[in-house]
Design a binder for this molecule. Structure first.
Ligand code: 5GP
Ligand code: SF4
Ligand code: MG
Length: 457
C-alpha cells in the first residue's frame, strides 16, 4: 500500500490526490482521502485507481487544510470497499482517519481479545484493530492513545493518522516500510515514497526514523519516539521490486540500487550472449546495470502494455497467467536470432518467467538466459508484500535446476544474498539493517501461525 499525508495547505485534497497518483504502483485496488476543515472531517473511498475513485468533481467535496490518503493492495483481508482506507471513525475524543501501509503480525491475537471483550468489527483488515485500540485508550489526548496503541502492535506499519486538529505519522520500530517527511509552501507532507514529493513539488526533508512518531499541528512539527528501535530491518524488496525507481528510501535511490544489483549479477553470473533485456518496468534498471558490466548491448526486448496493472494484483492464479499475456510482448527484431539475457528483479512463482521465456523463443531468440537480481524467494512475507503462500513459492520446493527446466530457460541464475547486500555499500556488513526474511526465513519480528491469513474468514 501507499500512504500520504499533508497538514497546513488549503489544497490538501488536491495535493493528496496527486501524491496518491504518484504512489499508485503501491496498490491499485482501492483509494481514499480524508480531510479536515476545522469543523468537520470529510472522506471518500472507492474501489479502483486514484483517477477512477476521484473522478469528476469528487475532490470538491473534500475541502480542508489537512488530509491523509491511501492506495491499497490487500495482503490481509479481502479486496472490498469495507477494507478500503482511510478508515474513518468518530469516538468520544473526536474524529480519526487512519491509513496504513504494511501488515500487523499480531492483529488476529489482538482482535480475539477485543472481540472477547465485546468489540464489534466491521472489516477484515488488520488496520481496524488499531482503530479499536485507539478508541479504548485511557489517555487524555488522541495522540497519547495512538502512541500507547502502537506499543501493542507487532509487524510492519507506516501509519498516517488525521484527527480534528493534527496529522500523526509513524513508522514501525524496525522500519520495515518506508516513509519520508517533506515540505511544500510551508506545509508538512509525509509519504511512503519520495516520488510523491517530486510529483507535487515538495522538498524532501528526511526519512522518518524507525520507531518515530511525528505530530504536526498548528504549532508545527513535534518529533517523538514511541519505541527504541532495536533492530532496523528495512524491506529489501522495496528496492528490488516494489518502490518506484525515482524514489530515495533511507538514503538509497531505488534505481541506483537496482542498477548496482544488475552489475553485481553480471559479475557473479556472466554468460555468453548477444543482448541484454529487462522485464518492464521493475527490472529495467537492473538490466541496464547488467549490460553495462557485461559490455553487452542493452535493448528493449519486451514491451509492456501501459494500461495493465501489476500481475500480482490479480487475485487468482488463472487470471494471473492470462495477465502476463495481456501485459508483455516480445520485440521480434531485437531478439530474433540472438542469444538473450533476460534480467528480472525477482522470481516468485515462476509463471511470469515461464511465459516470457516462451514468448522470447516464439519471437526467434536462439538462447534465453534468465538472470534474477535477487536471491530465491523461499519464505512468505508477513509484512505486507504479497510474495504468496509458501506452497506457491517455486523456490521453496524446487531446486534451481528444476526451476530452470520449469521456465524453459537455457540457464538460470539468482543472486547470492551476500552479493545483494553488498549493493548497499558500507551498510552491507550491517546485515541487521535490512529485512531479508523472504529469502532467509529469518524474520525480524515474532511471527504467529496466523500472521498471514489471520483475518481471512
Ligand atoms: P514470476 O516469474 O514469479 O511469476 O513473477 C516474477 C515477476 O513478477 C517479477 O518480474 C516481479 O517483478 C513480478 N511479481 C509478480 N508477482 C509478484 C509478487 O507477488 N511479489 C513480487 N515481489 N513480485 C512479483
Ligand atoms: Fe520485504 Fe521480504 Fe521482509 Fe517481506 S519478508 S518485508 S518482502 S524483505
Ligand atoms: Mg517485474
Amino acid at each position: 500500500c501507499g500512504v500520504f499525508g499533508i497538514f497546513g495547505h488549503e489544497q490538501a485534497a488536491q495535493l493528496s490526490y496527486y501524491g496518491l497518483y504518484a504512489l499508485q504502483h503501491r496498490g491499485q485496488e482501492s483509494a481514499g482521502i480524508a480531510v479536515i476543515d476545522g469543523h468537520t472531517m470529510h472522506s471518500h473511498r472507492g474501489m479502483g485507481l486514484v483517477t477512477e475513485v476521484f473522478s469528476g468533481d469528487r475532490l470538491q467535496t473534500l475541502p480542508g487544510y489537512a488530509a491523509v490518503g491511501h492506495v491499497r493492495y490487500s495482503t490481509t483481508g479481502e479486496s472490498s470497499i469495507r477494507n478500503a482506507q482511510p478508515l474513518v471513525f468518530d469516538f468520544r475524543q473526536g474524529n480519526i482517519a487512519l491509513a496504513h501501509n504494511g501488515n500487523l503480525v499480531n492483529a488476529r491475537q489482538i482482535r480475539d481479545i477485543l472481540e472477547h471483550q465485546g468489540s464489534i468489527f466491521q472489516s477484515t483488515s488488520d488496520t481496524e484493530v488499531v482503530a479499536h485500540l485507539i478508541a479504548r485508550g485511557m489517555y487524555k489526548t488522541i495522540s497519547e492513545n495512538v502512541r500507547e496503541s502502537m506499543s501493542m502492535l507487532k509487524g510492519a506499519y507506516a501509519f498516517v493518522i488525521l484527527t480534528d486538529h493534527e496529522l500523526i505519522a509513524m513508522r514501525d520500530p524496525q522500519g520495515l516500510r518506508p516513509m519520508a517527511l517533506g515540505q511544500l509552501d510551508g506545509a508538512y507532507v509525509v509519504a511512503s515514497e519520495t516520488c510523491a514529493f517530486d510529483t507535487i513539488g515538495a522538498t524532501f526533508i528526511r526519512d522518518i526514523e524507525p520507531g518515530e512518531m511525528l505530530i504536526i499541528d498548528d504549532q508545527g512539527l513535534h518529533e517523538q519516539r514511541f519505541s527504541e528501535s532495536s533492530r532496523k530491518a528495512l524491506c529489501t524488496f522495496e528496492y528490488i521490486y516494489f518502490a518506484r525507481p525515482d524514489s530515495d528510501i533511507d538514503g538509497f535511490n531505488v534505481h541506483m540500487v537496482r542498477k548496482q544489483l544488475g552489475k553485481l549479477l553480471a559479475h557473479e553470473s556472466p554468460v555468453e550472449a548477444d543482448v541484454v533485456i529487462g522485464v518492464p518496468d521493475s527490472s529495467i534498471s537492473a538490466a541496464i546495470g547488467y549490460a553495462e558490466e557485461a559490455h553487452l548491448p542493452y535493448e528493449i526486448g519486451l514491451i509492456k502494455n501501459k494500461y495493465s496493472g501489476r500481475t500480482f494484483i490479480q487475485p487468482s492464479q488463472e487470471l494471473r497467467s492470462l495477465g502476463v499475456r495481456l501485459k508483455l510482448s516480445a520485440v521480434k527484431k531485437i531478439v530474433a536470432g540472438k542469444r538473450v539475457v533476460m534480467v528480472d528483479d525477482s522470481l516468485v512463482r515462476g509463471t511470469t518467467s515461464a511465459r516470457l521465456v516462451s514468448l522470447l523463443r516464439e519471437a526467434g531468440a536462439t538462447e534465453v538466459h534468465v538472470r534474477i537480481s535477487s536471491p530465491p524467494v523461499r519464505h512468505s512475507c508477513f509484512y505486507g508484500i504479497d510474495t504468496s503462500a509458501r506452497e506457491e513459492l517455486i523456490a521453496s520446493k524446487q531446486t534451481i535446476a528444476e526451476i530452470q527446466a520449469f521456465i524453459g530457460a537455457d540457464s538460470l541464475a539468482y543472486m547470492e544474498e551476500a552479493t545483494m547486500l553488498s549493493a548497499f555499500g558500507v551498510k552491507a556488513n550491517e546485515k541487521h539493517g535490512f529485512c531479508n526474511a523472504c529469502f532467509t526465513g529469518m524474520y525480524p519480528t515474532e511471527i504467529y501461525p496466523s500472521s498471514k491469513t489471520m483475518l481471512e474468514e
